[in-house]
Design a protein around this ligand. Structure first.
Ligand code: FMN
Length: 360
């Protein structure tokens, strides 16, 4: 058998490592400090065991669902991640095309290397825009207005990054964008370049530009300022999720930023059920962090998530084969989820429940 076959997400990670510059690969792969949360995210899903049902008369599986009322072909969507042109020349346009081909949601990061107008013009629906709150509200509002005008269908406010978690790999590599690449959405607003400092240029950029004293008043302000639904991303507690919903969030993403912010924050698999209990009756709950197999997706749905976001797997696909690589990665996860549903005895997503994680 061909050992170069790219059968699963780990194969894509290895192939990406082999063909990507070290500082870029480290930026994509790395986490904060000791990378404990980074490892726990993946391990947490693996530790959950599937108590499958037999003789369940499962026919053709149907994994279609909706996110904020919008149709997606599967509960696996593209997380917002920065700087896709580090992975391939077509950058975010390639990722958007792949998500469209897969019939799923694409979330564009504020920190893209391609202007949102160009990306959203090529993206399918649904397409959402991820927002960081800048110190300058005028800049933040300008981003929101541009996203609305460019066809974004929701704003995803990332709340777990009032400062950048220290990623020691990036500090050692003095990570920065190479000449010719910018934080493109911010370039017309004078915030397109990273400061030229020792250590991580991104950490310096965040410190210089993003609001560090974020509060629920910022969420209130955003909900008042846009006609689009607001999603709050980066929650790890039930009480915060409930409060976010009370302050107007239509969905919450249980996320620790892929282990890149507060190290030793819990794995998202460990907190998801608490968040669903606290706020699942008020808003949609989505989750990300460490999803590498279709069976992980099934487990997340069993714990009450509506959909999962995938970050690094998409980046690996992009590094390996651009748009086609992302399509392959999404299809691997779809195929694996389909198989997990068949073997667990689930025809539709609604058939997946907590029972599958419980032997009784
Ligand atoms: C290289 C990289 C860049 C990221 N950039 C952003 C970003 O710009 N905005 C954001 O909200 N989250 C960002 N994230 C976090 C992802 O949206 C997501 O929460 C995380 O990647 C999920 O974990 P996973 O990579 O294990 O799937 C980034 C993650 C990575 C790996």
């Amino acid at each position: 058998m061909d050992s170069d076959l790219l059968l699963n997400i780990d194969d894509y990670a290895r192939a990406a490592r082999a063909r990507t510059a070290k500082d870029t690969f480290d930026y994509f792969e790395g986490g904060a400090l000791d990378e404990i949360t980074l490892r726990e995210n993946t391990d947490g899903w693996s530790r959950l065991k599937l108590y499958y049902r037999v003789l369940a008369s499962v026919g053709t599986r149907d994994m279609r669902t909706t996110v904020l009322g919008q149709q997606v072909s599967m509960p696996i969507v593209v997380a917002p991640t920065a700087f896709h042109k580090l992975a391939c020349e077509a950058g975010e346009i390639a990722t958007a095309h792949a998500a469209k081909a897969a019939g799923t949601l694409f979330i564009l990061s504020s920190l893209s290397n391609t202007a949102m107008e160009s990306v959203f013009a090529q993206a399918g629906s649904p397409r959402w825009f991820q927002l960081y709150i800048y110190k300058d509200r005028g800049i933040t509002l300008e981003l929101v207005r541009r996203a609305e005008a460019a066809g974004a269908e929701a704003i995803v406010l990332t709340v777990d990054a009032p400062g950048l978690g220290t990623r020691e790999r990036d500090s050692r590599n003095s990570f920065r964008l190479p000449d010719g690449l910018t934080v493109e959405n911010l370039a017309p607003l004078g915030k397109g370049n990273m400061p030229d400092v020792e250590g991580s240029g991104l950490a310096a950029y965040v410190k210089a530009n993003l609001k560090s004293d974020l509060g629920f008043d910022d969420l209130d302000w955003l909900c008042r300022s846009t006609r689009l639904p607001v999603v709050v991303k980066g929650v790890c507690r039930g009480d915060d999720a409930r409060k976010a919903a009370e302050h107007g969030a239509k969905a919450v993403v249980v996320s620790n930023h892929g282990g890149r912010q507060l190290d030793t924050a819990p794995a998202t698999s460990e907190v998801l059920a608490h968040v669903v209990d606290a706020a699942g009756d008020r808003c949609e709950i989505h989750v990300d962090g460490g999803i590498r197999r279709g069976s992980d997706v099934l487990k997340a749905i069993a714990l009450g998530a509506r959909a999962v976001l995938v970050g690094r797997p998409v980046l690996w696909g992009l590094c390996v084969d651009g748009e086609q690589g992302v399509m392959n990665v999404l299809e691997i996860l779809r195929r694996e989820l389909d198989e997990a549903m068949l073997l667990c005895g689930c025809t539709r997503l609604e058939d997946i429940g907590k029972w599958v994680l419980d032997p009784k």
